[in-house]
Design a protein. Structure first.
Length: 466
């Protein structure tokens, strides 16, 4: 199979984060059919060893690395069950996309490239270790569980990047923080007057909270909170619930609020009309009447709106060292309100600099403290510091030139597993590249087929130079 045929086969196999057994079984079957040795570690990360081709037996080996899971997002009316159903792929001859769901080219392309390479009779390469990690999209969990011996060799090619003719030589570190606040009063006596309404905001572009953050795309849960704040400034309003967002590393594309207001429907629609004028094409902001609901008490509701409108959102600072590169950012990613009246806000922060990451995280903690939210946080993941003297970068640039392209060398404002790899094995020489993808982690994700063809050939050339 070529890379595209293999990728289309992979899209038929469910692989949400944390539930990668089916795709790993598929890859193990591939290894056994080709006579390749394989092993897994305690976290389920898969390692497949591929012998060198003739003439390359004495060349130092190379690790080819990707992850087995994908971000699973879909439209509200999509019937797809990501745990059982194939991705409904659309192939228009120029690009691959999906009907109402994310595509999973991030990082299914890496799996497809690795498998196609092993079966490509024209490919020449040194000994390879295919290192395929689990649960990358949920906090780089698989990578964090690796041991140094998993790498086997001292050179690594990460295939988890999404920009044509760009070699990534460094990445941001990151941290996810969760603020929780419990209900502080009973619902009785807090109803107030007015009618109950449901407001829904949907169809925003969404996207990757690292690589797309510089595009200043609207954040659905922040926009919804601002609307509630503005409506509350016009007449008494009681917020019952506010929900939105799906994943910590996705810019929220939809949110929903239920509230009671003394404003009439037409008065609220007049406010929403002004908001709609500023929304991107394809977005929808709707209002409907609904039955009485209990949920947030007045104090918790005010605190929640305060948090969502005061947290940093989007680009905090651009890098002074790397041109047109975001240094520090924040993405309020998820808001949940339970029927018990408790609320939760999840936000991810990223930075190329450890001290700036710490500062952004402290800003978030301060906002949570101000509004009575208790804070929990993940262990985070480290940045990957660029090495301008990297021999592998030089070889990668040469591989692009031999395929008719002059590649740029950049640092990416996203969390690549390479940051963890470097902390586990500092002597690793690493590069990351991939084909052109747009809108990953969203229902608008697509893969450019011509770019994917070119990038596969670059990978073949690079391995022939190693």
């Amino acid at each position: 199979m070529n890379w595209k045929e293999r990728f289309l086969e992979i899209t038929k196999i469910p692989r949400p984060s944390g539930k990668e057994d089916a795709i790993c079984a598929y890859l193990i079957d591939f290894a056994e059919k080709n006579g390749f040795a394989w092993q897994t570690d305690d976290a389920g990360n898969l390692m497949i060893d591929v012998p060198a081709t003739a003439g390359y037996e004495n060349h130092p080996g190379v690790v080819i690395q990707g992850h087995t899971d994908m971000v699973c997002v879909k439209t509200a009316d999509s019937p797809v069950n990501f745990e059982t159903d194939p991705i409904p792929v659309i192939d228009d001859g120029k690009r691959l996309s999906a009907d109402g769901t994310s595509l999973g080219a991030d990082n299914g392309v890496a799996l497809a490239y690795a498998a196609a390479l092993c079966e490509d009779s024209t490919a020449v390469h040194p000994a390879l270790r295919l290192l395929l990690t689990r649960c990358e999209e949920e906090g780089l969990c698989g990578a964090a569980a690796l041991r140094p011996e998993a790498f086997r060799y001292n050179r690594l090619i990460n295939l988890d990047s999404e920009e044509d003719a760009v070699i990534y030589a460094g990445c941001a570190g990151g941290l996810t923080l969760c603020g929780r606040r419990q209900r502080t009063a009973a619902a009785s006596g807090e109803r107030g007057g007015g009618r109950f309404y449901k407001m829904s905001l949907s169809g925003l572009p969404g996207g990757h909270s690292g690589s797309d953050i510089h595009q200043n795309r609207p954040n659905a849960i922040v926009e919804a909170a601002k609307i509630i704040r503005d409506l509350g400034g016009r007449a008494p309003l009681r917020l019952c619930s506010l929900t939105g967002g799906e994943k910590h590393n996705v810019i929220p594309s939809q949110a929903e609020a239920v509230f009671a207001s003394e404003l009439s429907g037409s008065e609220i629609e007049a406010v929403l009309s002004g908001v709609r004028d500023g929304l991107p094409a394809g977005a929808a902001l709707t209002l409907s009447g609904t039955g009485e609901e209990h949920g947030l008490d007045e104090s918790t509701a005010a605190a929640l709106i305060g948090v969502l409108t005061e947290l940093p959102c989007g680009v905090i600072e651009f890098s002074r060292e790397f041109e047109e590169t975001v240094e520090t950012s924040a993405n309020p990613a998820i808001v949940r309100c339970g029927s018990d009246g408790n609320s939760e806000v999840i936000i991810s922060v990223r930075s190329l600099a450890a001290e700036k990451l710490a500062s952004a995280a402290e800003t978030v903690r301060a906002v949570f403290r101000k509004h009575g939210f208790a804070t929990e946080e993940s262990d985070g993941y480290p940045a990957w510091t660029p090495n301008p003297q990297s021999p592998l970068i030089a070889l990668a640039r040469r591989a692009y030139r031999e395929n008719g392209t002059e590649a740029a060398v950049k640092v990416i404002h996203a969390g690549l597993e390479c940051g963890i790899f470097a902390s586990l094995k500092p002597q690793l020489d690493m590069v990351s590249f991939g084909p052109q993808m747009e809108n990953v982690h969203s229902i608008n994700e697509f893969l450019d087929i011509a770019s994917a063809d070119r990038t596969y050939n670059v990978l073949k050339t690079l391995l022939s130079l190693c």
